[in-house]
Ligand binder design. Sequence first.
Ligand code: NAD
Length: 628
Amino acid sequence: MGGMDGTEGSTGAGERFVTGADGVRLCVAEHGEAARPTVVLLHGYPDSKEVWSDVAALLADRFHVVLYDVRGHGRSGVPDPLRGGFTLEKLTEDFLAVADAVSPDRPVHLVGHDWGSVQGWEFATVPGTAGRLASFTSVSGPCLDHFGHWIRRRVRRPTPRRAAQVLGQGFKSWYVYALHTPVLPEMAWRGVLGKQWPRMLARVEKLPADSYPTASLPEDAARGAWLYRDNVRQRLGRPRPDPYAHVPVQLITPTGDAFLSERLYDDLDHWVPRLTRHTLPAKHWVPRSRPQQLARWITDFVTGVEDTGGTAAGAVAGTAPGPVVRAVAGTGAVRAGASGRLPPTALGKLLPAARERFGGQLVLVTGAASGIGKAIALAFAEAGARVVAVDRDAEGAAGTAELSLRIGAPEAWPETVDVSDGPAMEALAARTLDRYGVPDVVVNNAGIGLAGSFLDTTPEDWKQVLDVNLWGVIHGCRLYGRQLVERGEGGHIVNTASAAAFLPSRALPAYSTSKAAVLMLSECLRAELAPHGIGVSAICPGLVNTAITGSARHAGVSDKEQERRRAKSARLYRLRNYPPEKVARAVVKAVLRDTAVVPVTSEARGARLLSRLSPGALRAFARVDPPL
Ligand code: NAD
């Protein structure tokens, strides 16, 4: 096994060469201080180590970051002959040579993408790496042995669903068959495919046009075909009987991966005792498209493993949340660790998927002090998200942040703002960016009720309801939409509209108009933000039992009559008794599935259906005086 030579390479960043299996020289680049924990980033196919450059830059403050070109790729040497030069056994020797050279005294944390992840699974499951590997983060590359067992199980005990899963993945693996044909892949890569590849990546994967991929790509891709030829058929046909992971593993699965089905990882808990799962709405090349998110998850995971000496990692997605995990920062005074009854949880069966997706993400909710907004904040907290609870009611926002911590959020902060105040919202967006980063999910939920006929509704009434219900949403979408686009890592915006958005009513003209505008705004914004990987959902609840009935104004009536009407609608909402937690669950589901419009409650679904099938019936119904 390996020695080391050379010092500085031509591409800077302290490149040097390490000798791997069969004397092949591996080009290694290092960033950050060597005394820090070492994180090795391993590239896939067809790539070279530069695929990791953005993630490496983000991690270099905290870690000793190491990248190397896999044999036959980039500036590394080429095995001779090629056939048999790329077996997983040789790749494991290469990895150990690099690990010994860059971190002789401490095991390293490995992060692999695509074939780098296929290799990583080998390192994490063979005994020869014990003591040299501290953790493994897998991005878009399965363990060939797990894959072999996955196919066997489905072929030996077939059901229609299992057959569909195998066919589905078989379909996605078309390129693997192509790479097994002799000579043609090499010709294609050295010819037109190699030339077109950067353009294809930019178009299909929406990658930023920059210095990636590098000029070595056609040669890397031509030689790298041997990664497949030397390993795939052999391992899938005769998978090792015991590919159990001996280190904590973090699995990051992009949901829009054209090459790998999410179902591939269904059996993973069997092989990996300490497993943390994350999904993210992205395509295959996440090291290029989602560097910030990857860097965050890698940082949290590696830090967790380091802090616990490798024992506790994997707990994030696998176990129930503890009472209070971390202290709170922010404007309001939130006491971590307060006791008292916890509110009802919202997620139920949705919890595992929600934890996978939102664990560690940042979620900002407006109108979070009460009712639906509070339930939404707590649902994301239950899923392990970091929560910013925004409301004009400072005490209520602090209460929600505190409950968020107790229900499972690793961090939570209250923020006080009037959403209708443009400059205050701008200040809020700047403050949250500075303190907590860009929210992955923004829920523009704050709203007020206003009842009363059109002729009774004064311009001031109109202004008030539009300022909060519409302008509050416009400010939130504009400011956080901009942050999300500039970050370039996707995300989601949820706007709370109402069934009133498609339900005309003689008694709620201003409120319904504000909500119809929110619905249309959401639809338009959805179209605009889709190319950025940012989803937009409009939530349209019917009657939900919250405090809104107590604060909604009734225009054109005396104070006494106002109180009578409020009490009447409160009674009706109590009788309907639809809990805000169910709306929160619908919101989480809408983000997971990227649903455009979500009517919640049966009356909202019915109204939505009627608005399409029989708008005349709704018009007749609009003449009846409703309760709010
Ligand atoms: P709620 O009164 O319980 O909660 C609304 C929250 O928004 C409160 O905490 C309030 O302080 C906050 N808020 C109001 N104006 C604000 C402002 N200008 N700036 C910051 N915060 C402000 O009401 P809810 O029922 O939970 O309503 C939440 C959203 O759901 C609203 O947009 C409402 O229109 C909508 N909605 C409610 C129902 C329902 O039946 N409850 C139905 C459909 C839609």
